[in-house]
Structure formats: C-alpha cells, structure tokens
Design a protein around this ligand. Structure first.
Ligand code: NAD
Length: 372
C-alpha cells in the first residue's frame, strides 16, 4: 500500500510554519492579514491549566490576547495584570463577573474553573454579553449544558468548548483518513487516558469530589477518548454504551467518583470503541482499525509529544501549541461568522454519552444513547 505520508507533502506542510495538516480549518486562514484588533480574552480561574498552558499560549496567539482575569485572589490577579500587561481594573472576582459587561477590552471569557462551576461562570459571562469558551467537560450534567446554551442564545453570544483535539494535526489527520477511508471504515477502536491522582498539598483535590468534578477520570480524561472516537467516526453519535468499574484500590480517596472505568461505545455501522480511564494508573493511547489497515497515536492526548504510527508508516507532524490554535480559531469564528468545529452542542453531546456511560456503570446494563 502506498504511504499516505509523502515526504513532499510533509515538507510542504512543515514549510507552512510549524503547523502541519492541510485539513486543519484554522490553517486555511493563515496568510490573511492580522485583524486590526486582537480579541481580548479573560481567563476565569487561574489554576494549573491557565497558569501553565492558556496564559503562555495567549502570548503566541495571532488573533487574541489576554485582557483580563477572574480570580478568587486579587493579589494573584494583580500579578497577572503586571505580567501580561493589562490594567488592574480588568481583574475581577467570581462575584463581580457581572461587571465584565462594562469592559470593552474583553470579548471572550474562557472558563477554566472546576467542572461543577462551569455552568455558573459561563452563564455569568454570557449575561455580561461576552462570547464564551468553557473548558472540558462542558459542565457536570446535560441539564447544565442546556442552561449554558440557553444563556448564550438569549445573550446572542458565541460558545465553544476547550477541545484541543480538533485543532491538533495528528487527530485531524485521523479524521481525514476516516473521511477518505485510507484504512477502510474504522470499525475497531481502542483508547485509554489515565493518570494517578493523589492529594494536592495534602488535600483531596476537587477532581476527587463529585460536586466539583461531576465524576472521576471519565469526566476529566476519559472524555478525550470519547472525543477521539467521535472525531474518527465523523461526529456520529454512538448508539449504545456499556461500562464496568474495577474494584477500587483506594476507596477511602475515591468515595463518590469512579477510580478505574472500562467502557465501550457502539456506533450505528457496527464500529466499537473499547476504552479505559483511570485515576490509579497511567495510560495515553488511541488506535483505530479498518479493513485496510490501522493507525495509532501513543501518546495520543498530551499537549506535546503526540506520536503517530500506522500500517502505512509513521504519522508525523511538527509540534504546535494546541491552545493557541484553538483560541485563534474561535477568535476567527467570531470575526468571520464561521461555525466553530467545537460548539457547545458538541460538549453537550459528550455529556449525553457520559451520562449514558455512568448509567451503564451503575446498572451493569447496555444503555442505548438517545440522541436528545
Ligand atoms: P486547578 O485546580 O489547577 O485550577 C482551578 C482553579 O479554579 C483554581 O484557580 C481555583 O482557585 C479556582 N476555583 C474557583 N472556585 C473553586 C472551588 N470552589 N474549588 C476549587 N477551585 C476553585 O484545575 P485545572 O487543572 O486548571 O482545571 C480547570 C479546568 O480546566 C477543569 O475543568 C479541567 O477539566 C480543565 N482542563 C483542561 C485541560 C485541557 O487540556 N483542555 C487540561 C487541564 C485542565
């Protein structure tokens, strides 16, 4: 079989400037003149992901810039203002988010708080008239997703979920293989995304507290495997799921969330995903097989270092900053009126799937996914 990864194509892609896949929607916009004004982003929640990834990524975005923060710590906010060069008047508390409506420098509010607070913060942002990005998972429940969507609709603002994979070349390449049936129709998929979660500074982290997390590793990292499977099934919904939880190794720590979960998704064409997600052990991979070959990513879901292989040879792309690509794409969607590839409806779909997986886990039954 001829390799789908020709050297000429790879070099052409590499020459585009460190970003690789021609199918990537945001690449189509490269080469256009930068907008007269970058859109201002306010980060809500200055924890690990904002501090380690989103803030630094915003220094490298073409179409947006950090213009404000919402934090429980005014001191931390002032430090961010000094580091990123925005006025201290653009530092807000969670309880003063309504005042964002007066700030013309802020166009997009990016919610990066614990999952159980996403709905409250996203709705506050929409009511302040700001476009909203919500981190994954979109919220703790489908009902909360609906409330976010309704608030955005009422305010006439755009919404997106912080799904990096839709802006990451390897995953977009997998989607292209699926569209072009390079390896046939993908019928067998497997994936895992797991890490060992323990106390943080001696305290149980919010990820292990149901009210704040909505669940265990499925909500946090297993959702990436769902994302990857739906991406290569061209955004089809699964029709049914099964799930079973392994006996807990640390039941005293994971009191009201699962620790290790096995689940399957079945698609209408007979394709099946077998997945594992755990807070007890590591794991990071995705594989899809069709009747003409296979492709796998290992690791599959990290911020960098994604490595691809296939029955036709390596799947290789230069590293990009996923978060910069993701935020730039949303800014472009707002400026041009284009649809985002990661709308709130996609976050809601994934919560419908996740609620079905939890029902299957609880009941031990195969649960049909009602498209609702
Ligand atoms: P974190 O614990 O490091 O940060 C959470 C922030 O929320 C902190 O600043 C904390 O002070 C604030 N917060 C406000 N109210 C809180 C409360 N009641 N309890 C606890 N914290 C509160 O978490 P994180 O790793 O930055 O994750 C934040 C969100 O980002 C989560 O939804 C997570 O799923 C998501 N995330 C996404 C990615 C990705 O790759 N897309 C990666 C990491 C995290």
């Amino acid at each position: 079989m001829k390799s789908p990864f020709s050297r000429r194509r790879f070099l052409k892609q590499a020459a585009l400037g460190g970003s690789a896949v021609l199918a990537a929607p945001w690449l189509a916009l490269r080469g256009q003149n930068p907008p007269a004004r970058k859109l201002g982003v306010a980060l809500v929640g200055l924890g690990n992901y904002s501090n380690g990834q989103l803030g630094p990524a915003l220094r490298g975005t073409q179409h947006c810039r950090l213009a404000g923060v919402v934090t429980g710590s005014p001191e931390k906010g002032r430090k961010w203002a000094a580091d990123y060069g925005f006025p201290e008047s653009s530092v807000y508390g969670y309880e003063t988010m309504a005042r964002l409506s007066d700030n013309q420098d802020i166009d997009i509010v990016y919610v990066v708080t614990p999952n159980g607070l996403h709905a409250e913060h996203a709705i506050a942002a929409a009511k302040a008239g700001k476009h909203v990005i919500v981190e994954k998972p979109m919220a703790n429940t489908v009902a909360e997703c609906d409330a976010i969507l309704a608030a955005c609709k009422a305010a006439g603002v755009r919404h997106a979920v912080g799904y990096r994979l839709h802006h990451e070349p390897h995953h977009l390449e997998l989607q292209r293989f699926a569209k072009e049936k390079t390896f046939g129709v993908f019928k067998r998929m497997s994936g895992q995304h797991s890490f060992r979660l323990g106390p943080r500074n001696g305290v149980k982290p919010w990820r292990a507290i149901h009210a704040l997390s909505g669940g265990g590793p499925l909500m946090d990292v297993g959702i990436y495997v769902i994302q990857a499977a739906c991406l290569v099934k061209l955004e089809e919904w699964p029709v049914a799921v099964t799930a079973h939880e392994e006996p807990k190794v640390r039941p005293e720590f994971f009191v009201d969330v699962e620790e290790t979960l096995h689940f399957t998704l079945e698609f209408a064409d007979g394709a099946v995903l077998e997945a594992v997600t755990s807070y007890e052990r590591g794991g990071n991979a995705f594989r899809a097989e069709g009747d003409k070959g296979w492709v796998e990513l290992q690791p599959a879901f990290g911020y960098r270092g994604i490595t691809g292989n296939s029955s036709a040879g390596p799947v290789t792309f230069p590293a990009i900053i996923h978060q910069a690509a993701q935020m730039d794409d949303f800014a472009q969607c707002i400026m041009t009126g284009r649809e985002t590839p990661v709308p709130g409806e996609m976050g809601r779909r994934d919560m419908v799937i996740i609620e079905a997986v939890y029902e299957a886990m609880r009941t031990g039954r195969r649960v049909e996914v009602a498209r609702r």
